[in-house]
Ligand binder design. Sequence first.
Ligand code: F7E
Length: 362
Amino acid sequence: MKKALITGVTGQDGSFLAELLLEKGYDVHGTIRRSSVDFRERIVHLEGHERFHLHYADLGDSMSLIQVIGKVRPDEVYNLAAQSHVQVSFDTPEYTANVDATGVLRILEAVKLNGLADSCRIYQASTSELYGKVEEVPQNELTPFHPYSPYAVAKLYGFWIVKEYREAYNMFCCSGILFNHESERRGETFVTRKITLAAARIAQGKQDKLYLGNLSSLRDWGYAKDYVECMWLILQNDKPEDFVIATGEQHSVREFCELAFRYVGIELKFVGEGADEKGIDRATGRVLVEVSPDFYRPTDVVNLWGDPSKAKRELGWKPQKTSFEELVKIMVDSDMAMVASERAGEHVRTNLAEYLEKGIVK
Ligand SMILES: C[C@H]1O[C@H](OP(=O)(O)OP(=O)(O)OC[C@H]2O[C@@H](n3cnc4c(=O)[nH]c(N)nc43)[C@H](O)[C@@H]2O)[C@@H](O)[C@@H](O)C1=O
C-alpha cells in the first residue's frame, strides 16, 4: 500500500486530493496546524476512515516536518500548504515568504534528511501567478515568469528550489503550474466563491449588494476536483517534470458574475467604467454589484490564460472535464443550498459574508 503525505489537507485541493488517494487505495496522511477555530470542515467526513491520518506540523517549523516525514516515510509528498491569498500577501509579505518560499525548502530537506531522497516523490503546488505581468498569452511551460505580488515572488522561489533539488540531488520533485481552480469548497474570500455566495444570499434576501475590485481581470478557471487528478498523474509520470494545468479558456470576473447571478434568476447589466462600474438587476433596476477600490491590489495580474497541451500530450490529462458553465453552476447550487439551510456553523459564514459585504475582510 502506497503512503502519501499531504500538507494543506484542510484546504480545497487537499481535501479533494485526500479523497482521490483514498479511492486509489493509498494510506493518506495529512498535516494540520493548531488553531483556536476549527478549520477541518472540508475533511471532517474523512476522519474515522481507517486509512486517513492527521498529524500536527507547520511549514514554518522544520522540526515538525522532519518528524512527520520520518514517522510516515511517505512514497509521495504533496505540498499544498501555503498562504494562498494574493491580496493578503501584500499585508503579510514576510509570513508569505516564510511559508510559500522557505517552507518548500524545509519539505525538500526533511525528505533528504530522512534518507528518502531516492524513494519519495514530491509534488509542489506552483501557480500561474508566476507569469504575473504576463509576457505572452496564452502561457505554457516555456513562457518567461514575471511575478507580480509578494505571493508570486515567494512561489517563484518554491518553483526554482524544486528544480534545483531535482537537478542537484536527482530527486523526483515536480511543480504543477496550476491556473485558478475553484469549487464549492473554495475559500469565501477568493473572487469566484465570494460571487457565488453573494449571488445566493442576494437571491434569498440575505444580502443587499456585492462589492468587488477589478471586474475586467481575466482568468482561466477550472474545477479543483479535476485538477487534483493531474497532481497525482504528475507523480506517476516516468520522469520528473513541471506541467501547466489549465482549461485553455479565459473569462473575466464580470462574466463570472453575470453567469452566477443568471443561475439564481437575476439578469445583470453592467454600466459605467472602472471604479464607477455597477451591475444592475435588469428586472428591478437595483444596483447589486459595485466596485470598491478596497479590493484593488497594489499590482494586479490581469491576463492569465493557460495552455495545457503538454499535460494533455504527456499525461493524458483532459482539461475542461468540467466546463466553465458547469463549474459556476456547481458553486451556485451549493451556495444556494447552504444559504437556505439552517445547519450548524451557518452563523459563522453569515458573519463572514457580512464582513465581505462591508469590505472588512478582503
Ligand atoms: C492561481 C492563483 O489563483 C488564486 O489567486 P487569484 O487569481 O489572485 O484569485 P482571486 O480569486 O483572489 O482573484 C482573481 C482576480 O479577481 C480580481 N478581483 C476582483 N474583485 C475581487 C474581490 O473582491 N476579491 C478577490 N479576491 N479578487 C477580486 C482580483 O484582482 C484578481 O485579478 C489563488 O488561489 C492563488 O493562490 C493562486 O495561486
